[in-house]
Design a protein around this ligand. Sequence first.
Ligand code: EPZ
Length: 418
Amino acid sequence: MDKFKITGGTPLSGELPVNGSKNSALPALAACLLTDEHVILRRVPQVKDLETMQSLLIHTGARVSHEDGRICVHAASLDNPEAPYDVVKTMRASSLVLGPLVARTGRARVSMPGGCAIGARPINMHVSALEQLGATIEQAHGYVEAQAPDGLRGGTVHFDRITVTGTEDVLMAAVLARGETVIRNAAREPEVKDLADLLVKMGAQIKGAGSSIIRVQGVERLHGAEHTIIPDRIEAGTFLLAAAITKGDVTITGCNPEHVAALTVKMQQAGAEVEEMGSDALRVRCSHRPKAVDVTTEEYPGFATDLQAQYMAWMTLARGISFVTETIFENRFMHTQELARMGANIRIEGRQAIVAGENELTGAQVIASDLRASASLVLAAMIAKGESTIDRVYHMDRGYEGIEQKLAAVGAQIERTQ
Ligand code: EPZ
């Protein structure tokens, strides 16, 4: 099982390029199931979750090929509209094929994802949204079995709480439903807007994507398209914090500054210099300990839950005590015990972590528990005195392409070992 060996103390400097968004490429690949024509996607990151999604598409009957950095999906006929447990258990975002499979074939059998390290993560809202569009759904033996033999019909979906992949799932179902669908309390994440942009290129009629009310006029069929995935805002945010925590000077290229605005505002309040360098780059400099600044995670455009662990690592150095409140997931503080092994002083009270600052972290052996927690440990190890090893870095490989090469290229002392 791969590990990272990191020696702390080197400020990062230079340029860090950002890949395409994992959380945009996942629904985009699922959307390819909605047409029998070719769909070509550019800037899909080569990470484990995307490989899993591609093998899932092949399992349903689609053909997937790669040519000069592009992925081509051809779902000419889907003779096996299902997402089996052994795939879904490794990646819960597999539930994103539920909507497209029902819309395209009239049926779907998708394993329920089960929980993960950060929470129970049910898909009840996905299921009830599809029922609003006329699907009949049974849940048995750990599977969701959806039927819509006469196709889906438009309807009104009102999410009790905001769900990103729930919004994406029902959006992909609605584009082929008869009549109009209105999705209320929709997620406003950039990845939802990117999915809608792809669907519109494929012939869908969608208004309001990126806002909390999305209107869809169903169409008979969708056609092929080509699309470039938006930059990964969580990778960009992770790199911004890596530069700040190591007291470096780094330019993050190929990103969308708007998509990380909630983070950059907090970083500036904490004393980092963050400036936009044109429309797709950010330069971050920080030569001192940050000021303690509280954050509360919220749905977009609020502070991203996927950056909470990385931000907390930075706050362990801060001048003062900071309060980090996690409102999206019920168990997203797994990284705190590992940060404590490096000397951090963090107390958890329900949904709030109280982070004492002024720490001098020391290198230690730690274990990654989930994708973003592993990023938090890498950041901490880069400023800890001495050497750290981070075990179970397969978590990181799910969402960060070539992370150790990228960080080493700007000065980090990091290597992958067995
Ligand atoms: C997406 O997960 C992202 N994943 C997550 O990123 C991200 O943390 C999350 O949105 C929040 O921004 C992808 O886009 C592939 P939700 P998703 O549905 O859609 C509850 C990463 O690190 N809920 O918005 O699964 C749920 O348990 C990953 O890249 C229900 O109760 O999240 C959570 O508490 C981690 N029932 C809240 O809603 C449902 O049917 C928000 O979850 C669906 C969700």
